[in-house]
Design a binder for this molecule. Structure first.
Ligand code: PMT
Length: 404
């Protein structure tokens, strides 16, 4: 099956829970399809699941070590249940036996899969697989209702002939259908039809043909925001300073180097944008007169005269009928005070403030944001930048469509 372009799994981390059911053999095909769609897959095999399929099958197909033990010191040291829960962009339990559905409904944490499902903030989905009588039993239906009420997604089941010789509802969906539903988890639709312009990464300000002034921005935060905006249905243009990152799928990327280049690229596109998000770490100053030739080291000291760069965010926010503007504030101290001042001075609709320095904010895989607008502050606690970006996009969508 080809996954439709608008239902993309590329770069997503899918944690697949395989539990005790004859349908466990179909999970091998599911791993293959999820990976073909671009996802990275890790498999947690329950004790019941291991009765039907071998750990080696999943290790080979997923390209990652298999996870099965909750209380194994070696496994916990490598990637324990909390790390797995944080790693996952989605947890899909397929097949989900009647037993695991009951255990998840009870909120048990006595095996690895159940503990991960409790600890994760990612969407969780179950693909039930069981005998039709077990499926129809009031206990199973009650358990599933509980899970759905808590936001757990349910994929299937289908009806048909069963391994036990009976026929009816309870067959696990085919791997192709589960793959499609998993991809759909990432399409929130909150920004459908909107045009979102994003700046990301550092800028480089030339000193001479070989040297420049720059900063530690990796671009991760901005690229994650671009990916989350695409998942939400937006058309995204990403204006990026130099980074080592791959362009997220379905994002149009414009490469720039200096703050002036970024300013020109952003101001020329902002009038067509509905939302502008400035995650870039733009150099505030640039060398006033970059040397045309390599500067020679024939003096003991060297003084660089710097001149102010244009403020891209403030200029976009000042456009008549300009887009909804979201700034970032990178602060080493007095986070709330400085971010509040920037929100007011640059006349922004929203600002996301982060602590930077000492390994925080810049370059790191994780971040934490305090998001401000006229109505107050919302704290987004430390999480992978991909996850934070989705939360930020959900907040932006809420403010952009008030009352919806
Ligand atoms: O790229 P990563 O390694 O993932 O790191 C992410 C990050 C720390 C760079 C990011 O989360 C972040 O904080 N980005 C903003 C960095 C910054 O320059 O903050 P600032 O407080 O100096 O600027 C305030 C806002 O004005 C920012 O939205 C900035 O993009 C914008 N600005 C600043 C100066 C300028 N000349 N033009 C601008 O548009």
């Amino acid at each position: 099956m080809r996954i439709p372009a608008n239902k993309n799994l590329a770069n997503k981390h899918v944690l697949l829970g395989v539990t005790g059911s004859i349908a466990a053999y179909k999970a091998a095909e599911l791993v293959r399809r999820l990976r073909k769609g671009g996802a990275e897959v890790r498999v947690v095999l329950s004790a019941g699941g291991a009765e039907f399929v071998t750990p080696l099958t999943f290790q080979a197909l997923s390209g990652n070590p298999l996870h099965s033990e909750l209380l194994d010191t070696g496994a916990e040291a490598a990637m324990g249940h909390i790390e797995l829960a944080r790693w996952a962009d989605a947890v899909v339990v397929a097949p989900a036996s009647a037993n695991v559905i009951a255990r998840l409904a009870q909120g048990r944490a006595d095996d690895l899969l159940a503990a991960v499902c409790l600890a994760t903030e990612a969407p969780v989905a179950v693909a039930p697989a069981m005998n039709q009588q077990m499926w129809a039993h009031a206990a199973t239906q009650d358990n599933l209702r509980k899970l759905r009420e808590r936001g757990v997604h349910q994929f299937g089941p289908a009806a048909g002939d069963q391994a036990c010789g009976e026929s009816g509802l309870g067959r696990m969906l085919e791997a192709a259908d589960i793959t499609r539903h998993t991809a759909e988890l990432f399409d929130t639709g909150a920004l459908t039809g909107l045009r979102v312009l994003i700046t990301a990464g550092p800028t480089r300000e030339a000193i001479d043909p070989l040297r420049y002034l720059s900063n530690r921005s990796s671009g991760r935060m901005g690229y994650a925001v671009a990916q989350a905006a695409v998942e939400a249905g937006a058309r995204v243009i990403l204006i990026s300073g130099p980074t080592a990152l791959a362009t997220p799928p379905r994002v149009e990327r414009i490469d720039v180097r200096s703050a002036q280049d970024m300013h020109e690229a952003a101001l020329s596109r902002a009038p067509g944008a509905d939302i502008f998000i400035a995650t870039a770490a733009v150099a505030d100053y640039r060398p006033a007169a970059p040397a045309q030739q390599k500067i020679k080291k024939n003096t003991d000291t060297l003084t660089l005269q710097l001149t102010r760069n244009p403020d891209i965010l403030a200029d976009v926010a000042a456009l008549p009928d300009g887009p909804f503007t979201v700034g970032f504030a990178a602060e080493t101290e007095k986070l709330l005070e400085h971010a509040g001042e920037k929100l007011a001075r640059k006349k922004l609709d929203m600002i996301a403030a982060n602590h930077v320095g000492e390994g925080k904010g810049f370059e790191a895989e994780e971040n934490a944001l305090s998001v401000f607008d006229a109505s107050g502050v919302i704290e987004l606690p430390q999480a992978p930048k991909t996850q934070l970006a989705r939360q930020l996009i959900a907040l932006i969508a809420e403010r952009y469509h008030p009352g919806s």
